[in-house]
Design a protein around this ligand. Structure first.
Ligand code: HEC
Length: 144
């Protein structure tokens, strides 16, 4: 099974139970629901090689990661520090995915872009996506 198929399954397994969870905080719920929709769209655009569309979507995750760190949640000071560092890591990993997507987008626009190099970059973009998902999962394991 290829990497993207495995990611798709991982996304489904991890997030289906979550979307049924009951939350008091409507805003947090909406934020996270949006995150999930965006991540699905990004995955599809990775498969379809629409890296230009990923750039816009990943900005939503970057913006959300800043909001997550301000989420009202009952934690001890140590836990809160850990929580914020997860949110920050989500942000930096999302930024990495944005940079590589921009890179691919630009290379596509240059008619001289060589194909093997593009294939390599597409793999790198998929790996960065995996890193972003891993961050969603890590924070949920501990705090959800
Ligand atoms: C820093 C911690 C953290 C990170 C990173 C994080 N989440 Fe969450 N997520 C939470 C917490 C806490 C909740 C529970 C919110 C609540 O119920 O009030 C949650 C809830 C959810 C829910 C369920 C919302 C609902 O309807 O109850 C989904 C879906 C979700 N997250 C998706 C994602 C995705 C996708 C990512 C990665 C792009 C992500 N989350 C990253 C902490 C995080």
């Amino acid at each position: 099974m290829n990497f993207l198929c495995r990611m798709l399954i991982a996304l489904a397994i991890v997030f289906i139970p979550l979307s049924e969870a009951k939350s008091q905080d409507k805003e947090a719920k909406k934020l996270m629901g949006d995150n999930y929709d965006v991540m699905q769209r990004i995955l599809i655009n990775l498969i379809k090689e629409h890296h230009d569309l990923i750039v816009k979507d990943i900005d939503i995750i970057i913006d959300h990661s800043k909001k997550i760190s301000q989420m009202r949640i009952n934690l001890t000071p140590e836990e809160h520090e850990q929580f914020r560092s997860f949110a920050y890591l989500l942000q930096t990993r999302a930024q990495n995915l944005k940079i590589i997507s921009l890179n691919i987008k630009e290379k596509k626009q240059e008619s001289t872009a060589d194909v093997p190099k593009m294939d390599y970059l597409r793999d790198v973009a998929a790996a960065h996506f995996g890193e972003v998902v891993a961050m969603c999962v890590r924070c949920h394991n501990q705090f959800r």
